[in-house]
Design a binder for this molecule. Structure first.
Ligand SMILES: [Zn+2]
Length: 359
C-alpha cells in the first residue's frame, strides 16, 4: 500500500515535469511576432531623394501643377544635415548618419573618423532575420546605398564596396554598376540584366542590373523613365510574398546630379519619377498598414532659389554646383509616422527607424 502511494506520487511528479517541459518548449518556439502580447514591428520603406530640398520639390510641384504624393503626408519634419566636420555634407556622410546614427567625415561609408566600422540598420535587421533590399538609379555601389551594407574609408572604392556587398546578406539589390561586380573574382550572386528579366528571378538573393555596362541608370529624359517605380513595385511584390519583416531602401539618385549640373529639367524629371515611386509605395502602404514609409533627402544640391521673370513665371536660380547646408524635409506615412515630426539631426532618422523596427 505504501509502495503504491510512492509510485503514484512519482508518476504525478513526472507528469508535472513533462507538462512543464512541454510548456517551456512551446513558449520558446513561439515566434515573438505571433505572440499576441507583442506588437509586430512595421515593415520599413526608407526613400531618399538625393539632393532633394524644398526648392526642388516646389519646382516640381509648380511644373506639374499638382501637389504630388507629398500632399498626402500628415507628418513632416526637417533634418539638419551637416557632417561631423563640415557644414555641408556629402552623400556618404549623409547616408552614414541615416544608416548608423553616427555623424562622420565626408567620403566615409559607414566608418567613423578612426575608420572603425559602424553597424548599419540593414546589418541589424538581418541579424533579426529581416529581409533587406535596395533599389537605386545609381550604381549599387554608389555612396548612398553603400552606407547600408558596406564599410569603407572612401566612397570611391567601388570594387571594395562591391566586395562588401558580396559579404553582406542583402537579399535584393536593383540598380546599375555591373562592371564593378564583374571585376570581382568571386562574384557568384545570381543576377538578371534588364528590367524585363527581373521577373524570372526567384532566388532568396539576387541582383538586378539596369544593363551590362553602365554605372548608372539612364536619366529619365534619356530612356530611364519608369525604371525606379517599376523596380520598386516588383521588389514590393516579392517582399510581400515572403511574409517576413523587411526593410527596403529606395534612392532617387539623380535628383542630385541634375542639381550638380544646374539643370532644372533634369531635376524635375528625376523628381517626378521619384514621385511615381512614392505613389507605388503609398499604394502598397494602403494594402499593408503595418508599414512605415519615410521619404527624405541627404542634403540639398545646387542652392536652388525659385524667383520669377517679367511674366511672373517661376524661374529657377542655382547658386552653386555643389551641395548646400539648408535643412531638408522629412515626410512620414503609415505606422509610427508621427514620430518624425519636428526639427532634428539626420542621425535621429536612424534612432527613430531602429526604434520603430524594434532593433
Ligand atoms: Zn547626396
Amino acid at each position: 500500500m505504501q509502495n503504491l502511494e510512492i509510485k503514484k506520487t512519482n508518476w504525478a511528479r513526472l507528469h508535472v515535469i513533462v507538462i512543464a517541459f512541454l510548456l517551456l518548449v512551446n513558449w520558446n518556439c513561439k515566434p515573438r511576432a505571433l505572440d499576441s502580447k507583442t506588437v509586430q514591428p512595421p515593415n520599413v520603406i526608407f526613400m531618399i531623394g538625393d539632393g532633394m530640398g524644398l526648392a526642388q520639390i516646389s519646382m516640381a510641384i509648380e511644373h506639374a501643377q499638382d501637389n504630388l504624393a507629398f500632399a498626402k503626408c500628415k507628418h513632416m519634419g526637417f533634418i539638419k544635415t551637416k557632417s561631423i566636420d563640415d557644414y555641408i555634407t556629402d552623400s556618404a556622410a549623409g547616408a552614414t548618419a541615416f544608416a548608423t546614427g553616427h555623424k562622420t567625415q565626408n567620403m566615409r561609408i559607414s566608418t567613423d573618423t578612426n575608420g572603425r566600422e559602424l553597424p548599419t540598420l540593414f546589418e541589424m535587421a538581418i541579424k533579426r532575420n529581416w529581409l533587406t533590399a535596395l533599389v537605386v538609379t545609381s550604381s549599387i555601389t554608389h555612396a548612398t546605398p553603400a552606407c547600408f551594407y558596406a564599410h569603407e574609408d572612401s566612397r570611391y572604392s567601388n570594387l571594395a564596396i562591391a566586395q562588401d556587398f558580396l559579404g553582406s546578406n542583402v537579399n535584393y539589390a536593383i540598380g546599375a554598376g555591373k562592371p564593378y561586380f564583374d571585376s570581382l573574382p568571386d562574384f557568384n550572386i545570381p543576377f538578371a540584366v534588364g528590367f524585363d528579366n527581373f521577373n524570372n528571378m526567384n532566388q532568396n538573393r539576387w541582383m538586378g542590373f539596369y544593363n551590362e555596362d553602365s554605372t548608372y541608370v539612364d536619366p529619365v529624359l534619356k530612356g530611364g523613365e519608369g525604371f525606379l517605380p517599376k523596380s520598386t513595385g516588383l521588389i514590393l511584390d516579392l517582399l510581400s510574398e515572403k511574409k517576413k519583416s523587411f526593410m527596403l531602401m529606395i534612392e532617387g539618385s539623380q535628383i542630385d546630379w541634375g542639381g550638380h549640373d544646374n539643370d532644372s529639367e533634369y531635376v524635375i524629371s528625376e523628381l517626378l519619377d521619384f514621385n511615381k515611386t512614392i505613389e507605388v509605395v503609398l499604394a502598397y502602404l494602403e494594402k499593408n498598414p503595418n508599414t512605415l514609409v519615410v521619404v527624405t533627402a541627404d542634403h540639398e544640391t545646387g542652392g536652388l532659389a525659385l524667383l520669377d521673370d517679367e511674366n511672373n513665371q517661376m524661374v529657377p536660380h542655382f547658386s552653386t554646383v555643389h551641395h548646400s547646408g539648408i535643412m531638408v524635409p522629412v515626410f512620414a506615412f503609415g505606422k509610427g509616422a508621427n514620430q518624425f515630426s519636428g526639427i532634428y539631426d539626420n542621425t535621429e532618422i536612424f534612432n527613430k527607424l531602429s526604434k520603430a523596427m524594434g532593433l
